[in-house]
Design a protein around this ligand. Structure first.
Ligand code: FE
Length: 130
């Protein structure tokens, strides 16, 4: 078994677990830009103590390069837990993140997400730099 075999993907419009990556199609070299990653843009994903998105991670794989670089790792920590039991707490972290980055070469933004019940999901999107 290889780790990569555990990652599922699909069209995000049909599958609520697929990370949706929103970023510019092209930017200048070293221009800071925003990357927004969310889930359930078309079909809402649950956010309960038992069933939620635990984290999203963002990577950058430069064109022609061999290795991926981690851009950010975002943990979603609150899911309705409290002393009264599951789903009675006052706060839920929503599974969406916006981060800022810059790059000096074109490449692929790759996002991974983990659902507590449905496992690992991924998506990617190219970005032209320069
Ligand atoms: Fe799920």
């Amino acid at each position: 078994m290889r780790m990569g075999e555990l990652f599922q993907t699909e069209d995000w419009k049909k599958e609520k677990h697929v990370p949706v990556i929103e970023a510019p199609d092209s930017v200048d070299v070293n221009e800071v830009f925003e990357v927004k990653v969310s889930l359930g843009k078309e079909i809402e994903h649950p956010n309960t103590t038992a069933h939620h998105i635990r984290w999203i991670r963002v990577y950058f794989k430069p064109e022609g390069g061999k290795f991926a670089y981690e851009v950010g790792s975002f943990e979603f920590a609150a899911h309705g837990e409290s002393t009264d039991g599951a789903d009675t707490g006052p706060v839920y972290t929503h599974h969406q993140v916006t981060c800022c980055m810059k790059a000096n070469t074109s490449g692929e933004l790759v996002a991974a997400a983990y659902c507590t019940i449905h496992g690992l999901w991924e998506n990617s999107r190219g970005i032209k730099v320069g």
